[in-house]
Design a protein around this ligand. Structure first.
Ligand code: ZN
Length: 113
């Protein structure tokens, strides 16, 4: 259940940003999660509901944007979409893939009051 600490991390970022940008209430949190980030979306939503209580994100809604994973395939010489790490290229079956996107998790935007 590392989603609980991820949710706490989101609250911490929000609190730091609130001091920097002088807002007092968050309405929406737009969160980008890569397909390879190993984050269980439902577990994260559940954890966020629990940790947001008594914070300035108390009434905030979590909007999750899932980012597909992409890798550079050497034999194909182009970007391909993959579902999991250590998966072969969907086009040529090669394992010479370099993951370029999909393991990130970041706050994209905050809608604040
Ligand atoms: Zn390929």
């Amino acid at each position: 259940m590392h989603e609980m600490s991820l949710a706490e991390g989101i609250i911490q970022v929000i609190e730091t940003e609130s001091k920097r940008q002088h807002f007092h209430k968050v309405k929406t949190v737009w969160l980008e999660i890569g397909a390879l980030a190993g984050v269980e979306v439902y577990a994260l939503e559940f954890a966020f509901e629990a940790v947001k209580r008594h914070t300035l994100a108390e009434t905030a809604q979590l909007q999750i944007i899932q980012i597909p994973a992409q890798a550079w395939c050497l034999p194909c010489g182009k970007m391909v979409e993959i579902k999991q790490r250590y998966e072969p290229c969907p086009e040529c079956g090669s394992y010479q893939l370099q993951v370029s996107q999909g393991d990130e998790m970041r706050i994209k935007e905050l809608e604040v009051d």
